[in-house]
Structure formats: structure tokens, C-alpha cells
Design a protein around this ligand. Structure first.
Ligand SMILES: Cc1ncc(COP(=O)(O)O)c(C=O)c1O
Length: 398
């Protein structure tokens, strides 16, 4: 900036950065590009001789600090090095991973009860590009191994555990082992657990996906996602290249919101878990309830597996009210304290009646095959005082 420029130019140009001491909290670098000190620095950065930021779609210091935090949490206390890339949503984390690892003719082996958006991405969006999806019962490990052995085009085993709405678990270690023995990739969506409750790298998985929109942010004010991998050069070259060319990058504001959320991750997850356990016990004691799906209950069919791979049982549960669709709707109409919202992992308790909300347009027999019965209620248990949540559920059942 020349000392004596015109008024309009003074308005336009940035003045010298006034930073003297280091900010205590992570700054938001709200800039779409980065300037070079001189032409030589520009040449060195563009040619890869020197490190440096160039353009916001390629990288941004705010985003990279948060990505490193998530990579360290997923690798915490493990003998692995991990690299994380933040994306614009959980869905863009999954699609970026798919574009970087799969090609025309490859197949994904997965389960039928993935998050609905992921199933649609695989079936509706990837299929026309020649990537096929095979859905099977991933609990049947013999079947998984035989499918992989007999079909060399299966490139990736992709799974979620625990999964909606039954909180069914699959064996991470066994699936990662089968994939590895047959030289295939394994990837897990760890959104429900966060690295505090479950560290899939401990069990040999290649890639971890997060919708950070949920528990990592935790406050319902950001949409973003993450891909974490142990093959650092693959992450820094192939995944990053797809991210930058398809433009699935996160933005600094959302990264900053995730950073704020992560500060209280341990505190929040402990409270989510203890509240959910108390609510599951309460629901199991009620005559109006046919079944409670919570991994922490001895009655859950995957209780032992969940105990093996999770530190605690999480904040998600579902339960089935006796009676049909009317009972479900009446119950939801009486809810006063919990929030009727179709997301999960926020600090407040979120309640959903899938048959009349998220799955309204899905034929009854199809949704029931996936455990979504007329009386099923899904609860993302928050961190409020548990007596208030239980009180609301109790009055709505009365
Ligand atoms: C388990 C799981 N994975 C991925 C996603 C997609 O994440 P996003 O909405 O951040 O794109 C969701 C969204 O609900 C989810 O529940």
C-alpha cells in the first residue's frame, strides 16, 4: 500500500496486519486466497518447493487446525499416524472418499440399514458412474468373506456401527480383517460414536468418515464432514486432489464451530451416555413400551459386541410403543420438552417418529423390513437434566 494513494484505493486495500500477541482462540481466516511476499515465494509455493497457502478451496489455516485435532483424536493413544480432511458435509466426506477410491466397474459391499442419504448416494448417484452397491447382512461374516472372495470387483467394505434405528452393531475388527486379507479397503461412518466412544483405527479400518454436523459440533449450528485415513500420502495427494477439484471443501466458519464443539466433546458424550442409559432403563420399565433399542441394555442383541468396541453406549436410542401409527402420532403431539427435529447429536434432546416424519413416503413393508414400525420413536438424548427428559416421555405416554 503506497502512503499517498487516493481515498477510494485506501478504502479497498488491506492495511498491515495488527496482530502483536498470539490470539488465545483459533482465528477464522475469512479469505479466499493468500498473497505472496514476492514472486520468488509464489514460484516456490506453486512448484511445491515451499509450503504455503494459495487458495481457500485448496486449504485454509483455520480448517487445517481443526482437521489435525480430529485426526489426533481418532489416533489417540494408538500406534498410528492419521491425517484428516474436512469437507462441506458428511455426505461430501462420503462422496469424496468414494470418488478418490472407486472407479467404473468397482463395487461397494455394505449393509441395508445405512443412513438413508448414504444408501441413496451409493444407489442413485454412484451407480450411473458404474459403481455398483451390494447390500448384505454384514453380521454374517462367512457370507461377507465368500462374497469378497468370489468377486474381485468388490473394492470397499463400507459400514456404520451402531446403525439406525435398531442400534445394530457390526464387528469392526472382523470386517477390517476380511477386507485386509483380500486386499480390499474398509471404511466406517463413526458419526454416532465420535472418537471418544469408538476408535475404528484400533480395529484396523482404513478410512473413517464423520458427519461433524452431529456430535463433533454438538450444537446444531454447522454442517460439515471429515475423512480420516492412515495412508498419509493417499490422504494428502488423492483425497485432497478430489476435494480441491470437486470443491467439497469445508469453510473456515464451520471448521471454527466444530472446533468450539470439540472442546466439550468428552463432557458432552459422558452426559449423553449416562442420560441415555437412565432413559433406556425407564422405558424398559413401562407397560406402554414393547421394545427398547439401546446398546447399553443387556436385552440388546449386540450388547456384548458394543461393549467390546465402544467405550460407552452413546446417546442414541429408539423404542417401540404398543399400538399403531395413531399411538405414535398421539405420543409425538403430547411432547413438550424434547425437540421434534430430524437431526441428532445436539445438546438438546431430539425426538423423531420415523413412520410419520423421515420415512413417511416409504412403503410400510419396506420400512418395517428395516425395523421402522408404526410405533417406533427415535431419541437423540441430549445433555439436559435427565429428570426433565423422562418427565416429558412419561407425560406423553399417559
Ligand atoms: C450416520 C450419518 N452419516 C452421514 C450423515 C450425513 O451427514 P450430513 O448431513 O452432515 O451431510 C448423516 C446425517 O444425518 C448421518 O446420520
Amino acid at each position: 500500500m503506497q502512503e499517498k494513494s487516493k481515498f477510494g484505493s485506501l478504502c479497498v486495500h488491506e492495511l498491515k496486519d495488527k496482530r502483536t500477541t498470539k490470539p488465545h482462540q483459533l482465528p477464522i481466516y475469512a479469505t479466499s486466497s493468500f498473497e505472496f511476499e514476492n514472486i520468488n515465494q509464489g514460484i516456490d509455493i506453486f512448484s511445491g518447493k515451499a509450503e504455503g497457502h494459495v487458495y481457500g478451496r485448496y486449504g485454509n489455516p483455520t480448517i487445517e487446525v481443526v482437521a489435525e485435532k480430529i485426526a489426533r483424536l481418532e489416533a489417540f493413544d494408538l500406534d498410528v499416524e492419521a491425517h484428516c480432511i474436512l469437507t462441506s458435509s458428511g455426505m461430501s466426506a462420503i462422496s469424496t472418499l468414494a470418488m478418490a477410491t472407486l472407479k467404473n466397474g468397482d463395487k461397494i459391499l455394505t449393509q441395508g440399514n445405512l443412513y438413508g442419504g448414504t444408501t441413496e448416494l451409493f444407489v442413485k448417484t454412484l451407480q450411473p458412474f458404474g459403481v455398483e452397491t451390494i447390500m448384505t447382512d454384514l453380521k454374517d461374516l462367512n457370507q461377507v468373506e465368500s462374497l469378497i472372495k468370489n468377486d474381485p470387483s468388490i473394492r470397499m467394505v463400507y459400514f456404520e456401527t451402531p446403525a439406525n434405528p435398531s442400534l445394530a452393531c457390526v464387528d469392526i475388527e472382523a470386517l477390517a480383517d476380511i477386507a485386509k486379507r483380500h486386499n480390499r479397503l474398509s471404511a466406517i461412518d463413526n458419526t454416532f460414536c465420535t472418537p471418544y466412544l469408538q476408535q475404528p483405527f484400533r480395529f484396523g479400518v482404513d478410512f473413517i468418515i464423520h458427519s461433524t454436523t452431529k456430535y463433533l459440533n454438538g450444537h446444531g449450528n454447522s454442517i460439515a464432514g471429515a475423512i480420516i485415513g492412515k495412508d498419509i500420502s493417499f490422504m494428502k495427494e488423492k483425497i485432497w486432489q478430489v476435494l480441491k477439484l470437486v470443491g467439497t471443501n469445508c469453510n473456515p466458519w464451520d471448521a471454527w464451530l466444530i472446533n468450539n464443539g470439540i472442546k466439550t466433546l468428552e463432557l458432552r458424550m459422558d452426559r449423553h451416555c449416562s442420560n441415555a442409559m437412565a432413559i433406556a432403563n425407564f422405558l424398559e420399565s413401562k407397560d406402554q413400551v414393547l421394545k427398547v433399542n439401546y446398546n447399553g441394555l443387556f436385552s440388546h442383541e449386540d450388547h456384548e459386541l458394543a461393549k467390546k468396541q465402544m467405550k460407552d453406549f452413546g446417546g442414541m436410542l429408539s423404542f417401540e410403543l404398543k399400538g399403531g401409527i395413531e399411538t405414535g402420532i398421539n405420543f409425538m403431539n403430547k411432547i413438550r420438552f424434547c425437540t421434534l427435529a430430524p437431526t441428532l447429536g445436539d445438546v438438546d434432546t431430539l425426538i423423531l417418529h420415523p413412520a410419520s416424519m423421515s420415512h413417511l413416503n416409504i412403503p410400510k413393508e419396506v420400512r418395517e423390513r428395516n425395523g421402522i414400525t408404526d410405533g417406533l420413536i427415535r431419541l437423540s438424548v441430549g445433555v439436559e437434566n435427565v429428570e426433565d427428559i423422562i418427565g416429558d416421555l412419561e407425560q406423553a405416554m399417559g
